[in-house]
Design a protein around this ligand. Structure first.
Ligand SMILES: [Zn+2]
Ligand SMILES: [Zn+2]
Length: 297
């Protein structure tokens, strides 16, 4: 643990945004965003912004330094945070704000009606239009909708979500890069056989969170990929909502709550893959079993 780590307060974030409330400083950032390798000399920046007073200009550069830009040997360069902010806005502003719901060709586990993907407030929701059950949801920037057919949107959304879940599971916040805490959600209980076992991944810094099934967290594990591959299925290219073990809890057993131990059994073409996960939701054991003859390998 790094004892020198500083917890960010709202005022730190407010101060950073406040720096942007100035025309000259915004012009400096735009000049750098458009500069080769995001680097420019003092003179290049001053000319781009069109400010004559060098002292005044230096003042604004100093204000931005450390938060959005940094002085380097040959001038100034953007920090990654400034570029990330710019890209987030590029992914969001003037983008497609609404699309018609897209059918997922999957049935609702509750009522058997068709599930559809709806887009609201820049978040995708996989929902049943009849019983209103939400199976999963995940933020997606509007730029991901433009220049794509519905099939391509589904593909992009699947890719985006898988990486987000992978980062969260691996303990790296996909939004701020900080550490992530994993917890069984309140609905889970070892006493109830039909309970939903969900894992809530929460960033310790920005508070960003996502609730996943157990299956979603093991989707890219070699044992899982190879199990399906041996049955002629490449699950790295199949949308995660088409994989039963990702969407359903039928193969999940909560063995123990303190400490957490979960068993996930994945079935395919008469074969079984059983995974055991510990309190960090890490796979500690994987076994393949052919139920017909009891052979393990
Ligand atoms: Zn339904
Ligand atoms: Zn975070």
């Amino acid at each position: 643990m790094d004892s020198a780590a500083v917890e960010p307060a709202d005022e730190h974030v407010r101060d950073a945004f406040q720096l942007l409330a100035d025309e000259t400083r915004l012009e400096i950032l735009f000049a750098l965003w458009n500069a080769p390798e995001w680097t420019a000399t003092f003179t290049e920046l001053k000319d781009a912004v069109g400010m004559r007073d060098s002292g005044q200009f230096q003042y604004h550069l100093n204000q931005l330094a450390g938060t959005f830009i940094r002085q380097v040997d040959d001038g100034y360069t953007h920090l990654a945070s400034g570029i990330a902010l710019y890209r987030t806005m590029l992914g969001s502003v003037a983008g497609t704000e609404s699309i018609d719901p897209i059918s997922l060709n999957e049935s609702c586990p509750n009522c058997e009606n068709r599930l559809q993907l709806t887009y609201e407030n820049q978040v995708f929701y996989a929902r049943c239009s009849t019983c209103d059950e939400t199976l999963f949801s995940s933020p997606f920037l509007p730029a991901g909708l433009g220049n794509r057919t519905d099939d391509e949107r589904l593909w992009a959304f699947d890719r985006w979500t898988r990486r987000m879940v992978g980062n969260l599971r691996d303990g790296v916040c996909p939004w701020c890069a900080s550490t992530v805490n994993h917890e069984l959600s309140g609905e889970s209980s070892a006493d109830e056989t039909d309970s939903d076992v969900r894992i809530v991944h929460t960033c310790n810094r920005c508070g960003g969170f996502l609730k996943t099934t157990v299956g979603e967290t093991v989707i890219d594990h070699p044992a899982v990929i190879s199990f399906f591959y041996d049955h002629g299925k490449d699950i790295t290219t199949i949308p995660h909502w088409k994989l039963d073990f990702c969407m359903s809890d039928s193969g999940v057993e909560l063995i123990s709550e303190e400490p957490t131990e979960i068993r996930l059994t994945i079935r395919e073409a008469g074969d079984e893959l059983t995974l055991t996960l510990d309190e960090d939701f890490t796979i500690t054991e994987s076994r393949r079993l052919k139920p017909q003859d009891g052979t393990r390998n």
